[in-house]
Write a new protein. Structure first.
Length: 422
């Protein structure tokens, strides 16, 4: 969220941000609303002052003068009451617009229209070569009895899945490994509920524009969130922290839910695009400093790289262009792991830097060493998300007999076994 004063003072820069992020934003409406609100506030203040001055006359007035003065006071009050609904409505409209105003991207971010303009910045690992006909992840799962798709879909709907036996243990091992790595780096481990109030989703920027992607429970007025970032971002809403409290590092573990609206017919096979999944999310709250934010952005990305490397998966890092990074992002990198059956890299991690865009929405601040109150900066990145990561994992580590090799770093979490098999 941007402050209206900031937008007015940096109008051309924010207009450019909207253009390069492909965001349709009406600056004319925003400026008109701001002007109308200012004028209405002046009228309200003048009427309040007039009513206050008028009320002081009544006790001093004669008995004969009082009825007329009282009636005149009522007329002022009526005029004042008539202005307030219009002012409230325009303030609500302005707030809604401000929630959709784009953050100015870093000048280091590549300018582009969509994900086809993302820039590859790193390649790591050797692509697997098979001396047998490799299977895709669904074939591997079905051959070993590690998942069920058809029957569970009749119970839970499309894009559902049910892992079985060793896949349940492998999924848990991946998350346990990621959580222990983050704990060793100073993160506080947090299990978060999936349920969230609307203001929490507004706080991260998933609302107001992304409501079609979220499951809603109307009887409880609650939503099922698609990431622990939603809950972690609001843990310190309205707080004024001390600079000594920062940085705050959270590792949020939770079930996640996404409707995948608009993806009809895309990636319907297997585990790529499902409605429910498990994720460990890295989340950082730090000082209001571009340098500090850059430091933690680098650390979050490196941590996820370590996890992917320990899982022995070939991957690449792409820097997301302005048209693919989203409204609130300043800078963004994705890690994409190699999927042999598709002969392409698929995104498994998304590392985002947002400066104070979220903290202005949640009003999360801190008092710096000089006593000045500032908005914090926030960042986030996936540590591990399953079952999506299982796709490249199974396909890259498959053996000719249908078994799957377990990388050395994961073996302690799976009883020391080197291969998983039926």
């Amino acid at each position: 969220m941007l402050d209206v004063k900031f937008i007015k003072e940096n109008l051309e820069a924010v207009k450019t941000a909207a253009k390069v992020k492909n965001i349709n934003f009406s600056f004319d409406d925003l400026l008109k609303l701001d002007k109308d609100i200012s004028e209405l506030k002046v009228q309200v203040q003048e009427l309040q002052e007039k009513r206050n001055a008028h009320s002081k006359k009544i006790p001093k007035a004669s008995k004969e003068e009082r009825p007329a003065l009282i009636e005149e006071g009522r007329a002022i009050g009526t005029e004042l009451d008539a202005l307030k609904p219009g002012l409230s409505e325009k303030e609500a409209q302005l707030k809604l617009l401000l929630l959709q105003a784009p953050m100015i991207p870093s000048d280091k971010a590549p300018v582009g229209k969509d994900d086809t303009d993302n820039v590859e910045v790193k390649l790591h690992g050797t692509l697997p070569k098979f001396d047998f006909k490799p299977l895709d992840h669904v074939e591997i799962l079905e051959k070993n009895g590690w998942a069920e798709f058809e029957k569970i879909a009749s119970v839970s709907g499309s894009r559902s899945y049910s892992l079985r036996n060793d896949m349940v243990l492998l999924e848990m091992a991946m998350h346990r490994y990621a959580l222990e790595k983050l704990k060793s780096k100073g993160f506080t481990l947090v299990s978060t509920p999936s349920l969230a109030r609307e203001e929490a989703l507004v706080g991260t920027g998933h609302f107001p524009t992304g409501k079609d992607q979220v499951y809603y429970l109307p009887e409880d007025d609650l939503y099922l969130s698609g990431t622990a970032e939603v809950q972690l971002n609001s843990l310190h809403a309205k707080d004024i922290l001390q600079e000594s409290d920062l940085p705050i590092l959270y590792a949020g573990y939770s079930p996640c839910f996404r409707r995948e609206a608009g993806s009809y017919g895309r990636d319907v096979r297997g585990l790529i695009r499902v409605h429910q999944f498990m994720k460990v999310e890295q989340y950082v709250i730090c000082k209001n400093s571009a340098e500090e934010s850059d430091k933690w952005h680098k650390m979050l990305l490196e941590t996820s790289e370590e996890i992917v490397q320990d899982f022995e998966l070939p991957y690449r890092i792409v820097e997301c262009c302005t048209g693919d990074m989203g409204t609130g992002k300043v800078r963004m990198f994705d890690i994409e792991c190699w999927v042999p059956s598709e002969e392409k890299y698929r995104e498994t991690h998304s590392c985002s830097q947002l400066h104070d865009w979220q903290s202005r929405r949640t009003h999360t601040r801190y008092r710096d060493g000089d006593g000045k109150v500032q908005f914090v900066h926030t960042l986030n990145n996936t540590a591990i998300a399953t079952p999506r990561t299982l796709v490249p994992f199974l396909e890259c580590h498959q053996q000719e007999d249908g078994s799957v090799r377990v990388p050395e770093k994961l073996r302690p979490y799976l009883g020391g076994v080197e291969f998983l098999s039926k």
